[in-house]
Ligand binder design. Structure first.
Ligand SMILES: NC(=O)c1ccc[n+]([C@@H]2O[C@H](COP(=O)([O-])OP(=O)(O)OC[C@H]3O[C@@H](n4cnc5c(N)ncnc54)[C@H](OP(=O)(O)O)[C@@H]3O)[C@@H](O)[C@H]2O)c1
Length: 270
């Protein structure tokens, strides 16, 4: 009998992570659902799902979680959130925390996963990035910076791990209706105060972005795409998913920097 393939998904508590756990368990994988709140996931899925406590900002927590994982075929680096702040008003802790989750946390989990995959001489690492990993927007500079970093990590690791038959991919979602804007966006108080020199930009842009996220695509589409990437050995390095990503990413490639910027300014009235 063929052995079950083993997958670990970070940020399994909601949104894309949760849908990926659900779908991959349905497809017959053994799934480690890594989350800060495993108690909320007990009994939440059908199939072979083990909720696993993991705080990706804490190296010790990641190391302890991996003690329970004997083998790993696929890693989905999904945990992440967005900080909304101007650069001038950045708070030191908020700035560090944004990288600590979206980049350093991703690297901590990846590091442990590589060791397990290398032993098997095979593996798939899927990084959930964003279309904002290729496109900048005001108020989202820190989030942009983390997702641009994730794109760089994907590109470098593809070379580093190729000899061990470990594939690395990046998924760039557009806006998706998850807990992202409802519960997990972090806003800088100064930026959102009426006294901020950026108040006009904030009142124009922030509600638009939040509305676009809440009217965004369905997280199931990301889960389906993750399953496709796992099954297709020849899948390209990166892929977009969702309306906004499929609109803006090709435009970004086709237009000059200046023309693209003009289009974004028009679109968001910047
Ligand atoms: N929604 C969008 O429009 C959108 C667009 C492009 C890219 N993305 C990316 O897609 C990924 C999944 O997001 P989602 O839309 O599914 O949002 P979500 O419903 O908010 O889920 C994100 C998960 O990440 C984990 N997380 C959030 N804040 C964290 C923190 N401070 N420390 C550690 N873990 C934290 C949480 O997992 P636990 O609570 O289970 O630990 C949470 O369930 C993220 O990397 C996000 O940047 C989202």
């Amino acid at each position: 009998m063929e052995r079950k393939r083993v997958v670990l998904v970070t940020g399994s508590g909601s949104g894309m992570g949760r849908e990926s756990v659900r779908l991959l368990a349905q497809k017959g994988f053994k799934v480690y659902a890594a989350t800060r709140s495993p108690e909320k996931l007990t009994g939440a899925f059908e199939g072979d799902v083990t909720p696993l406590y993991m705080d990706i900002t804490d190296p010790k927590s990641v190391e302890e979680a991996f003690c329970a994982v004997e083998r790993l075929d696929i890693l989905v680096n999904n945990a992440g959130y967005g900080l909304v702040s101007t650069v001038e008003e950045l708070d030191e802790k908020q700035m560090f925390d944004q990288f600590n989750v979206n980049v350093f946390g991703l690297l901590r989990v990846t590091k442990h996963s590589i060791a397990l995959m290398r032993r098997e001489r095979s593996g798939v690492i899927i990084n959930i990035s964003s279309f904002l990993g290729k496109i900048g927007l005001p108020l989202l500079t820190m989030y942009n910076a983390t997702k641009y970093a994730v794109e760089g990590i994907t590109d470098s690791l593809r070379y580093e791990l190729a000899d061990f038959n470990i594939r690395v991919h990046s998924v760039m979602p557009g806006f998706f209706d998850t807990e992202f804007a409802r519960g997990n966006l972090v806003t800088n108080a100064e930026t959102f105060s009426e006294e901020s020199p950026y108040a006009c930009m904030v009142s124009n842009l922030a509600p638009k972005i939040v509305e676009q996220i809440n009217r965004g695509n369905d997280a199931e589409d990301v889960a389906e795409l993750i399953y496709t990437i796992i099954e297709d050995e020849n899948f390209p390095a990166r892929v977009t998913v969702g309306d906004k990503a499929s609109k803006f990413i090709p435009m970004r490639k086709e237009l000059s920097d200046e023309d693209f910027e003009r289009r974004v300014r028009e679109y968001y009235d910047l």
